[in-house]
Write a protein that binds this ligand. Structure first.
Ligand code: P6P
Length: 346
């Protein structure tokens, strides 16, 4: 490595420190919180990389709060995230896809416990046994309550108020991707020395719809606007989509990450019968929405920007579409046309 290359060489640690340097009044508490999430992800990475060898594959025989089969790695990743974060004075509480209720920490001393961290410890668990990428997703909010222990309302904040959002993708390489509102930055774990190295600074979603990403098996369950949108992209005459491919991993982190780098749209729409989506607002859709907007894209339910939704419950699910600004705005127009038509024919 030449001297100039080394000068530009950033690890996650040094990059967080450089970002903190832009806030002279900062005590470094928030930076330490991000670092700890990075550490937790390295522990999870180590287990995921050896999953097949440690006989921790396969279902644990436990059904989680989502009514889903809890895989051994799910619960292990959940324990790692909690154990890494719960002792930090700055953390007032945790919420996890694997925990039915918030983990209230404390009581914290004056001036401490100011953050809550929400996370999906291992997204894509149904893919674990097939060695398909999985991920960790996290969202950080400042508490809104003032007591020595956090309040349930501290977890039910709109995505717009996140102070940080990010994910880790355990794939061909392991990458830590996050934003604190100053752009989206990606770090690749160098296994030679166990550090995340800055590899993708200021990620911007390319203005090309390279991938259409949805579980197309659900097509018949989608509403008319979603079908029109999918057909327009996949089969329509618009030259913008002449080279668009369908890609669907079945791990939201992987589908989101690919579209963040290549351009495209990922959607998990509502089942038109139940009106409900599958993905969870607080620790999947809201962090993805912050990342997408910071990278020049958008995230919507079709009727509302995800960042503006005021959550009502911890494991709330929403219809979700995220990606290029042009495609998301088109989808919102098609939904509005469908709703207007329904209103006039009512
Ligand atoms: P389906 C993984 O279980 C997950 O929550 C997301 O990561 C993924 O996008 C979605 O479910 C896949 O759901 O119904 O297509 O298998």
């Amino acid at each position: 490595m030449s001297e100039s290359e080394f000068r530009d060489f950033h690890t996650l640690e040094s990059y967080i420190a450089s970002q903190q340097g832009m806030h002279p009044q900062s005590r470094g508490v928030f930076s330490n919180l991000l670092r700890r999430i990075g550490l937790a992800s390295k522990l999870i990475h180590a287990k995921v990389q050896k999953a097949g060898l440690l006989n921790i594959l396969g279902a644990r025989g436990v059904i989680n709060v989502q009514g889903e089969q809890q895989m051994k790695l799910d619960s292990l990743a959940n324990e790692v995230m909690k154990a890494t974060l719960r002792w930090m004075p700055a953390v007032g509480g945790l919420a996890s896809e694997e925990e039915s209720d918030p983990v209230v920490l404390g009581p914290r001393d004056e001036g401490e416990g100011e953050y809550v961290v929400l996370f999906d410890p291992l997204d894509g668990s149904s893919n674990i046994d097939a060695n398909i990428p999985v991920g960790t997703i996290f969202s950080i909010h400042r508490r809104t309550s003032s007591g020595r222990v956090c309040d349930p309302e501290d977890f039910l904040q709109p995505g717009r108020s996140q102070v940080a959002a990010g994910y880790v993708i355990y794939g061909a390489s392991t990458m830590f991707v996050y934003t604190t509102g100053n752009g989206v930055h990606g770090f690749t774990l160098d296994p030679e020395f166990g550090e995340y190295v800055l590899s993708h600074e200021n990620i911007r979603i390319p203005d090309a719809c390279t991938c259409f990403s949805a579980n197309e098996r659900n097509y018949q369950k989608w509403d008319d606007a979603t079908k029109r949108f999918a057909d327009h992209i996949r089969f329509g005459p618009d030259p913008r989509y002449a080279r668009t491919s369908s890609r669907y991993v079945g791990t939201a982190v992987a589908d989101f990450h690919r579209n963040l780098l290549y351009g495209g749209v990922f959607l998990y729409p509502a089942d038109r019968k139940t009106g409900k989506g599958k993905l969870r607002l607080l620790y999947e859709c809201a962090p993805f929405a912050m990342l997408a907007e910071q990278a020049g894209g958008l995230a919507t339910t079709g009727r509302q920007r995800v960042a503006e939704i005021h959550p009502t419950e911890l494991h709330q699910r929403i219809p979700f579409a995220v990606g290029n600004r042009r495609e998301i705005e088109l989808y919102e127009r098609l939904v509005a046309e469908m709703d207007a038509k329904a209103k006039t024919s009512a």
